[in-house]
Design a protein around this ligand. Structure first.
Ligand code: SAH
Length: 393
């Protein structure tokens, strides 16, 4: 299969951006098979790159190689997996951490492929037709390269529908994971449900940020909002937080948070509040509550360009409420995992919130996704998580 680009539409491919949009394609030769290998040419017939086809998506091809003599085959997959593993040697050898992302899609040269390691299990997400087509090669190679007990698929995400793929879940290789899988992160114990939990059961991208933010926890009355199972809260409690109020809309997540504190022998006074964060924050303010440390780690608010304005208002709202709830000198750690909201825009939103709250806020840390979620320079879209730690007066 071949895609021949329109004149003047080859720049991004030459610059090794891994996506080809339907609108950039002038001609095709041969019928397109879902997930099949495709060669991409410029309008003057020069070979540019090789990738896999997504017949249902606006992104008609994801590019895997810019080397003409490199086929997309078992060996390429093995080389890319080896490279991804080598890049994570420090994490793999860290006795205090057993959970990390092994493969981060385009950033690791494997478009649509996500592999997370949780102790003796791997969670795999295959998000594109090309990735799905390589499923058995990927699984077989992972099983050979890594000493794990099982590989479990969690391709039950919305983006699969955009690719015309069914949701897929279940054991791909080896044994099924236990429903309570224990992992270590920065020396703390957590359990997760690989098969049933959110995402692949844990938010790996915040590992480093949990450690950095916990440094501000000593003696603090802490409010955690959007806590999930307590990644930030357990680290903060271990670093000497005086008390915790955890807010999430999921009661199961809050129960697990409580269990995770216990699992680490932490008896920090804990209150959990199940509810909508937007409402709970208002209620806390109405009640005149004050905190020394607040962590806001909401889910993705912007899933498409159209949602950016609404998402921005959402971020502003929760941050405004949180700023009101901080004692002078308190610390706000605030995050956005919406790739469509740039770091710049996010900072402007917090600026607007601080103005409205009439509080002085100083940025003391600028945070991003952890190193197992690398940002490929040719693919700035891979930078999605941003956080600011602010001292608030
Ligand atoms: N801080 C967590 C990850 C948070 S993920 C960690 O470090 O692991 C986002 C969380 O927000 C999820 O647990 C989800 O249940 C919760 N959530 C989503 N919408 C919410 C809402 N409107 N109010 C409160 N919690 C919400």
């Amino acid at each position: 299969m071949r895609l021949i680009l329109k004149p003047e539409r080859d720049k991004s491919v030459r610059q090794r951006h891994p996506w080809v949009f339907t609108g950039a394609v002038g001609r095709r030769s041969g019928p397109l098979t879902p997930g099949g290998v495709v060669d991409v040419y410029s309008s003057d017939g020069g070979w540019l790159a090789r990738g896999t086809v997504s017949t249902h998506s606006q992104i008609i091809a994801r590019l895997w190689t810019w080397q003409q003599d490199e086929p997309i085959d078992a060996e390429l997959i093995e080389r890319r997996l080896q490279r991804a593993i080598a890049a994570r040697a420090d994490l793999i050898n860290d006795p205090n951490t057993t959970a990390y992302r092994l493969v981060f899609s385009e950033s690791d040269g494997l478009p649509g492929v996500i592999v997370d390691r949780y102790g003796d299990w791997l969670a795999v997400q295959l998000l594109t037709q090309g990735a799905a087509a390589m499923s058995s090669l990927i699984v077989e190679t992972l099983a050979r390269l890594l000493d794990v007990r099982g590989i479990y698929e969690r391709s039950d995400v919305e983006i699969r529908a955009r690719e015309g793929l069914q949701s897929a879940e279940g054991v791909l290789w080896g044994a099924a994971p236990p429903s309570e899988l224990e992992i270590l992160e920065n020396g703390y114990r957590f359990t997760l449900d690989l098969a049933g939990g959110q995402k692949t059961g844990w938010y790996l991208d915040q590992r480093r940020n949990r450690r950095l933010v916990s440094a501000y926890a000593r003696g603090a009355e802490m409010l955690g909002v959007f806590t999930y199972t307590g990644g930030f809260e357990v680290a903060a409690a271990a670093q000497g937080a005086a008390s915790l109020l955890a807010v999430d809309s999921s009661s199961v997540a809050l129960q697990t948070l409580r269990a995770n504190l216990r699992r680490n022998q932490l008896d920090t006074p804990l209150t959990v509040q199940e509810g909508d964060a937007f409402e709970v924050l208002r209620q806390l303010r109405a009640d005149g509550r004050q905190f020394d440390l607040i962590v806001l780690d909401p889910p993705k608010f912007a899933h498409s360009q159209r949602q950016i304005d609404r998402a921005t208002r959402g971020y502003k709202d929760i941050n405004l409420q949180a700023l009101h709830l901080l004692r002078p000198g308190g610390v706000l750690a605030t995050f956005s995992c919406s790739g469509l909201i740039s770091a710049d825009l996010f900072q402007k939103v917090i600026f607007g919130a601080a103005l409205d709250a009439e509080r002085d806020a100083q940025i003391i840390e600028t945070l991003t996704q952890d190193s197992d979620h690398p940002v490929l320079l040719t693919f700035p879209e891979s930078a999605y998580l941003k956080g600011l730690v602010c001292r608030v007066w």
